[in-house]
Design a binder for this molecule. Structure first.
Ligand code: FUB
Length: 327
Protein backbone atom coordinates (compact mmCIF):
# COMPACT_ATOMS: atom_id res chain seq x y z
CA UNK A 1 0.00 0.00 0.00
CA UNK A 2 1.31 3.46 -0.91
CA UNK A 3 0.55 6.89 0.46
CA UNK A 4 -2.25 9.03 -0.86
CA UNK A 5 -1.22 10.92 -3.97
CA UNK A 6 0.37 14.35 -3.68
CA UNK A 7 0.49 16.64 -6.72
CA UNK A 8 3.87 16.62 -8.47
CA UNK A 9 5.28 13.88 -6.24
CA UNK A 10 5.86 10.29 -7.41
CA UNK A 11 2.62 8.33 -7.31
CA UNK A 12 4.60 5.28 -6.20
CA UNK A 13 8.19 4.87 -5.09
CA UNK A 14 8.57 1.08 -4.80
CA UNK A 15 8.97 0.70 -8.59
CA UNK A 16 10.01 3.02 -11.42
CA UNK A 17 7.06 4.01 -13.61
CA UNK A 18 6.62 6.10 -16.77
CA UNK A 19 4.24 6.91 -19.65
CA UNK A 20 1.05 7.11 -17.54
CA UNK A 21 -2.25 6.59 -19.36
CA UNK A 22 -5.02 7.54 -16.94
CA UNK A 23 -8.70 6.66 -17.31
CA UNK A 24 -11.77 6.76 -15.12
CA UNK A 25 -13.15 3.23 -14.91
CA UNK A 26 -15.76 2.10 -12.39
CA UNK A 27 -15.65 5.53 -10.73
CA UNK A 28 -11.91 5.38 -9.93
CA UNK A 29 -8.79 6.58 -11.69
CA UNK A 30 -6.80 3.74 -13.19
CA UNK A 31 -3.27 4.48 -14.37
CA UNK A 32 -1.55 2.30 -16.96
CA UNK A 33 2.18 3.13 -16.86
CA UNK A 34 5.28 1.51 -18.28
CA UNK A 35 7.38 -0.24 -15.63
CA UNK A 36 10.98 0.96 -15.92
CA UNK A 37 13.70 -1.48 -14.90
CA UNK A 38 16.88 -0.60 -13.03
CA UNK A 39 19.71 -2.03 -15.17
CA UNK A 40 23.16 -1.16 -16.51
CA UNK A 41 22.48 -2.03 -20.15
CA UNK A 42 23.14 0.19 -23.18
CA UNK A 43 21.75 3.72 -23.29
CA UNK A 44 21.30 5.20 -26.78
CA UNK A 45 19.03 6.98 -29.28
CA UNK A 46 17.56 3.62 -30.18
CA UNK A 47 15.97 3.46 -26.73
CA UNK A 48 17.73 0.25 -25.66
CA UNK A 49 17.72 1.56 -22.08
CA UNK A 50 13.93 1.17 -22.03
CA UNK A 51 14.08 -2.58 -21.52
CA UNK A 52 10.76 -3.06 -19.79
CA UNK A 53 9.34 -6.54 -19.29
CA UNK A 54 5.96 -6.18 -17.62
CA UNK A 55 3.12 -3.86 -16.68
CA UNK A 56 1.66 -2.92 -13.32
CA UNK A 57 -1.72 -1.17 -13.11
CA UNK A 58 -2.13 1.55 -10.47
CA UNK A 59 -5.38 3.02 -9.18
CA UNK A 60 -6.75 5.59 -6.78
CA UNK A 61 -10.33 5.75 -5.58
CA UNK A 62 -9.93 9.52 -5.43
CA UNK A 63 -7.17 12.00 -4.56
CA UNK A 64 -7.66 11.40 -0.84
CA UNK A 65 -7.11 7.67 -0.94
CA UNK A 66 -3.89 5.64 -1.25
CA UNK A 67 -2.40 4.59 -4.54
CA UNK A 68 -2.91 0.88 -5.12
CA UNK A 69 -0.45 -1.16 -7.17
CA UNK A 70 -2.45 -4.12 -8.47
CA UNK A 71 0.72 -6.10 -9.16
CA UNK A 72 1.92 -7.60 -12.40
CA UNK A 73 -0.84 -7.28 -14.98
CA UNK A 74 1.00 -8.88 -17.90
CA UNK A 75 4.54 -10.13 -18.59
CA UNK A 76 6.60 -10.29 -21.75
CA UNK A 77 7.06 -14.04 -21.39
CA UNK A 78 3.33 -14.53 -21.90
CA UNK A 79 3.22 -12.68 -25.23
CA UNK A 80 4.02 -15.10 -28.07
CA UNK A 81 4.74 -12.45 -30.72
CA UNK A 82 6.89 -10.07 -28.62
CA UNK A 83 10.64 -10.24 -27.98
CA UNK A 84 11.36 -7.21 -25.78
CA UNK A 85 10.58 -3.65 -24.69
CA UNK A 86 7.05 -3.30 -23.37
CA UNK A 87 6.77 0.45 -23.88
CA UNK A 88 3.98 2.95 -23.23
CA UNK A 89 0.55 1.27 -22.97
CA UNK A 90 -3.02 2.49 -22.93
CA UNK A 91 -6.36 0.95 -21.96
CA UNK A 92 -9.98 1.16 -23.05
CA UNK A 93 -13.34 -0.27 -22.04
CA UNK A 94 -16.07 -1.61 -24.30
CA UNK A 95 -18.18 -4.78 -24.60
CA UNK A 96 -17.92 -5.30 -20.81
CA UNK A 97 -14.20 -5.91 -21.36
CA UNK A 98 -11.04 -3.96 -20.58
CA UNK A 99 -8.46 -3.78 -23.35
CA UNK A 100 -4.76 -3.08 -22.88
CA UNK A 101 -2.91 -1.76 -25.95
CA UNK A 102 0.86 -1.96 -25.83
CA UNK A 103 3.90 -1.75 -28.11
CA UNK A 104 6.76 -4.22 -28.15
CA UNK A 105 9.40 -5.39 -30.59
CA UNK A 106 8.45 -8.53 -32.48
CA UNK A 107 10.94 -11.33 -33.11
CA UNK A 108 12.40 -9.36 -36.07
CA UNK A 109 13.06 -6.32 -33.85
CA UNK A 110 10.19 -4.33 -35.38
CA UNK A 111 7.87 -2.45 -33.04
CA UNK A 112 4.24 -3.57 -33.31
CA UNK A 113 1.16 -2.99 -31.21
CA UNK A 114 -0.64 -5.75 -29.40
CA UNK A 115 -3.87 -5.95 -27.46
CA UNK A 116 -4.77 -7.92 -24.35
CA UNK A 117 -8.07 -8.33 -22.52
CA UNK A 118 -9.36 -8.60 -18.98
CA UNK A 119 -12.66 -8.61 -17.13
CA UNK A 120 -11.15 -6.14 -14.63
CA UNK A 121 -9.52 -2.73 -15.20
CA UNK A 122 -6.71 -3.92 -12.90
CA UNK A 123 -5.98 -7.01 -14.98
CA UNK A 124 -4.43 -9.50 -15.26
CA UNK A 125 -4.55 -9.06 -19.02
CA UNK A 126 -4.46 -11.97 -21.45
CA UNK A 127 -2.58 -11.08 -24.63
CA UNK A 128 -3.92 -11.95 -28.06
CA UNK A 129 -1.50 -14.40 -29.71
CA UNK A 130 -0.47 -12.04 -32.54
CA UNK A 131 0.04 -8.29 -32.81
CA UNK A 132 -2.68 -6.22 -34.46
CA UNK A 133 -2.30 -6.60 -38.20
CA UNK A 134 -1.34 -3.29 -39.82
CA UNK A 135 0.11 -1.90 -36.58
CA UNK A 136 3.62 -0.53 -36.27
CA UNK A 137 5.73 1.84 -34.15
CA UNK A 138 4.90 2.71 -30.53
CA UNK A 139 2.80 4.60 -28.00
CA UNK A 140 -0.80 3.53 -28.69
CA UNK A 141 -3.48 5.81 -27.26
CA UNK A 142 -7.12 4.87 -27.63
CA UNK A 143 -9.76 7.57 -27.68
CA UNK A 144 -13.42 6.59 -27.27
CA UNK A 145 -15.70 9.14 -28.87
CA UNK A 146 -19.16 10.01 -27.58
CA UNK A 147 -20.75 7.59 -30.07
CA UNK A 148 -18.62 4.73 -28.67
CA UNK A 149 -16.41 4.68 -31.77
CA UNK A 150 -12.82 3.95 -30.77
CA UNK A 151 -9.78 5.46 -32.49
CA UNK A 152 -6.22 4.32 -31.95
CA UNK A 153 -3.42 6.91 -32.27
CA UNK A 154 0.20 5.82 -32.31
CA UNK A 155 3.73 6.48 -33.54
CA UNK A 156 7.12 7.63 -32.31
CA UNK A 157 10.37 8.69 -33.97
CA UNK A 158 13.89 7.21 -33.55
CA UNK A 159 13.67 4.15 -31.26
CA UNK A 160 9.96 4.09 -32.05
CA UNK A 161 10.80 3.59 -35.75
CA UNK A 162 8.08 5.83 -37.20
CA UNK A 163 10.39 7.32 -39.85
CA UNK A 164 11.08 3.82 -41.15
CA UNK A 165 7.43 3.47 -42.25
CA UNK A 166 7.25 6.53 -44.53
CA UNK A 167 6.53 4.36 -47.59
CA UNK A 168 4.08 2.11 -45.77
CA UNK A 169 6.72 -0.63 -45.73
CA UNK A 170 9.37 -1.00 -42.99
CA UNK A 171 12.69 0.26 -44.33
CA UNK A 172 15.34 -0.18 -41.61
CA UNK A 173 17.72 2.46 -43.01
CA UNK A 174 15.12 5.19 -43.60
CA UNK A 175 15.73 8.55 -41.91
CA UNK A 176 14.23 11.97 -42.42
CA UNK A 177 12.14 13.70 -43.54
CA UNK A 178 14.14 16.78 -44.62
CA UNK A 179 14.08 19.70 -42.14
CA UNK A 180 12.00 22.08 -44.30
CA UNK A 181 9.42 19.47 -45.32
CA UNK A 182 6.32 18.50 -43.32
CA UNK A 183 7.11 16.60 -40.13
CA UNK A 184 5.85 13.07 -39.77
CA UNK A 185 2.53 12.93 -37.98
CA UNK A 186 1.16 10.30 -35.63
CA UNK A 187 -1.04 7.66 -37.21
CA UNK A 188 -4.73 7.11 -36.50
CA UNK A 189 -7.06 4.25 -37.29
CA UNK A 190 -10.51 3.11 -36.29
CA UNK A 191 -10.71 0.06 -34.10
CA UNK A 192 -13.11 -2.77 -34.92
CA UNK A 193 -16.24 -3.20 -32.81
CA UNK A 194 -14.56 -6.02 -30.89
CA UNK A 195 -11.59 -3.66 -30.24
CA UNK A 196 -9.13 -6.33 -31.32
CA UNK A 197 -8.13 -5.10 -34.76
CA UNK A 198 -7.36 -2.00 -36.77
CA UNK A 199 -9.83 -1.16 -39.53
CA UNK A 200 -8.25 -0.20 -42.83
CA UNK A 201 -4.86 1.40 -43.28
CA UNK A 202 -3.81 3.85 -40.53
CA UNK A 203 -3.82 7.45 -41.74
CA UNK A 204 -1.16 10.04 -41.02
CA UNK A 205 -2.39 13.03 -39.01
CA UNK A 206 -1.45 16.46 -40.28
CA UNK A 207 -0.49 19.08 -37.67
CA UNK A 208 -0.58 22.62 -39.06
CA UNK A 209 0.27 26.09 -37.81
CA UNK A 210 -2.14 29.02 -37.38
CA UNK A 211 -1.94 29.67 -41.16
CA UNK A 212 -2.80 26.11 -42.06
CA UNK A 213 0.77 25.29 -43.12
CA UNK A 214 2.21 21.93 -42.02
CA UNK A 215 4.59 22.03 -39.07
CA UNK A 216 7.97 21.12 -40.56
CA UNK A 217 10.41 18.44 -39.45
CA UNK A 218 12.96 21.12 -38.49
CA UNK A 219 10.49 22.89 -36.18
CA UNK A 220 11.50 20.84 -33.16
CA UNK A 221 9.61 23.06 -30.71
CA UNK A 222 6.33 22.04 -32.32
CA UNK A 223 6.75 18.94 -34.43
CA UNK A 224 5.36 15.59 -33.36
CA UNK A 225 7.87 13.17 -31.81
CA UNK A 226 5.96 10.56 -29.74
CA UNK A 227 3.38 9.98 -27.02
CA UNK A 228 0.04 10.99 -28.60
CA UNK A 229 -3.02 11.52 -26.42
CA UNK A 230 -6.48 12.68 -27.46
CA UNK A 231 -9.17 14.10 -25.21
CA UNK A 232 -12.32 16.04 -26.00
CA UNK A 233 -13.32 19.32 -24.39
CA UNK A 234 -16.31 21.48 -25.39
CA UNK A 235 -16.66 19.62 -28.69
CA UNK A 236 -13.01 20.04 -29.70
CA UNK A 237 -10.53 17.21 -30.07
CA UNK A 238 -7.20 17.95 -28.41
CA UNK A 239 -4.16 16.03 -29.67
CA UNK A 240 -1.27 16.38 -27.24
CA UNK A 241 2.19 14.89 -27.64
CA UNK A 242 5.88 15.07 -26.84
CA UNK A 243 8.26 17.12 -28.99
CA UNK A 244 11.09 14.71 -28.08
CA UNK A 245 14.33 16.60 -28.69
CA UNK A 246 12.93 19.81 -27.17
CA UNK A 247 11.29 17.88 -24.31
CA UNK A 248 7.91 19.66 -24.26
CA UNK A 249 4.36 18.44 -24.02
CA UNK A 250 2.38 20.44 -26.57
CA UNK A 251 -1.08 20.28 -28.13
CA UNK A 252 -3.09 20.96 -31.25
CA UNK A 253 -6.86 21.02 -31.74
CA UNK A 254 -9.40 19.97 -34.36
CA UNK A 255 -13.11 19.46 -34.83
CA UNK A 256 -12.37 16.12 -36.46
CA UNK A 257 -10.67 13.22 -34.62
CA UNK A 258 -8.77 12.48 -37.85
CA UNK A 259 -7.45 16.04 -38.08
CA UNK A 260 -5.93 18.15 -39.44
CA UNK A 261 -5.00 19.54 -36.01
CA UNK A 262 -3.96 23.17 -35.54
CA UNK A 263 -1.02 23.70 -33.21
CA UNK A 264 -1.95 25.75 -30.11
CA UNK A 265 0.82 25.71 -27.50
CA UNK A 266 2.72 24.12 -24.66
CA UNK A 267 1.10 22.11 -21.88
CA UNK A 268 4.21 21.25 -19.85
CA UNK A 269 7.72 22.66 -20.10
CA UNK A 270 10.68 20.21 -19.98
CA UNK A 271 10.91 17.88 -17.00
CA UNK A 272 13.98 16.28 -15.41
CA UNK A 273 14.99 13.51 -17.82
CA UNK A 274 14.97 13.21 -21.61
CA UNK A 275 11.50 11.81 -22.21
CA UNK A 276 8.20 13.43 -21.42
CA UNK A 277 4.93 11.52 -21.80
CA UNK A 278 1.49 12.11 -20.42
CA UNK A 279 -2.26 11.65 -20.40
CA UNK A 280 -5.15 13.98 -19.66
CA UNK A 281 -8.28 12.88 -17.81
CA UNK A 282 -11.37 14.49 -16.32
CA UNK A 283 -12.40 13.32 -12.86
CA UNK A 284 -15.16 14.82 -10.71
CA UNK A 285 -15.34 18.00 -12.86
CA UNK A 286 -11.63 18.73 -12.78
CA UNK A 287 -8.97 18.00 -15.37
CA UNK A 288 -5.66 16.33 -14.55
CA UNK A 289 -2.37 15.86 -16.33
CA UNK A 290 -0.55 12.64 -15.55
CA UNK A 291 3.12 12.84 -16.56
CA UNK A 292 6.51 11.46 -15.63
CA UNK A 293 9.99 12.72 -14.92
CA UNK A 294 13.28 11.22 -13.76
CA UNK A 295 13.41 13.04 -10.42
CA UNK A 296 13.35 9.83 -8.38
CA UNK A 297 16.71 8.80 -9.91
CA UNK A 298 18.29 12.27 -10.17
CA UNK A 299 17.81 12.29 -13.93
CA UNK A 300 18.49 8.73 -15.07
CA UNK A 301 16.42 8.53 -18.25
CA UNK A 302 15.16 4.98 -17.80
CA UNK A 303 14.36 5.28 -14.08
CA UNK A 304 11.28 7.48 -14.14
CA UNK A 305 8.32 8.18 -11.89
CA UNK A 306 4.70 9.00 -12.64
CA UNK A 307 3.15 12.13 -11.17
CA UNK A 308 -0.01 14.19 -11.61
CA UNK A 309 -1.01 17.81 -11.50
CA UNK A 310 -4.21 19.73 -12.15
CA UNK A 311 -4.75 21.08 -15.67
CA UNK A 312 -6.63 24.31 -16.36
CA UNK A 313 -8.34 25.62 -19.47
CA UNK A 314 -8.69 29.28 -20.34
CA UNK A 315 -12.12 30.66 -21.30
CA UNK A 316 -11.25 30.33 -25.01
CA UNK A 317 -10.47 26.62 -24.65
CA UNK A 318 -6.69 26.98 -24.69
CA UNK A 319 -4.73 25.16 -22.02
CA UNK A 320 -2.77 27.07 -19.37
CA UNK A 321 0.90 26.18 -19.69
CA UNK A 322 2.31 24.33 -16.67
CA UNK A 323 5.85 25.46 -15.88
CA UNK A 324 7.69 22.44 -14.53
CA UNK A 325 10.24 24.51 -12.60
CA UNK A 326 7.41 26.19 -10.68
CA UNK A 327 5.86 22.91 -9.55
O1 FUB B 1 8.97 4.38 -22.12
C1 FUB B 1 9.55 4.08 -23.37
C2 FUB B 1 9.34 5.21 -24.32
O2 FUB B 1 9.88 6.40 -23.78
C3 FUB B 1 7.91 5.56 -24.59
O3 FUB B 1 7.27 4.66 -25.44
C4 FUB B 1 8.07 6.93 -25.10
O4 FUB B 1 6.89 7.65 -25.20
C5 FUB B 1 9.06 7.50 -24.10
O5 FUB B 1 8.42 7.93 -22.92
Amino acid sequence: MNNKPTPNQPLVTHIYTADPSAHVFEGKIYIYPSHDLDHDGPNNDNGDQYAMEDYHVLSIDNFDSPVVDHGEAMHLKDIPWASKQLWAPDAAYKNETYYLYYPARDHDGIFRIGVATSASPAGPFAPEPTYMEGSFSIDPAVFMDDDNQAFIYFGGLWGGQLEKWQTGIFKPDETGPEQETPALGPRVALLSDDMLSIQGVPQEISIVDENGLPITAGDEDRRYFEGPWVHKHNGWYYLSYSTGTTHKLVYAISQNPLGPFTFKGTILTPVIGWTTHHSIVEFEDKWYLFYHDSSMSDGVNHKRCVKYTELHFNEDGTIKTIHYNDL
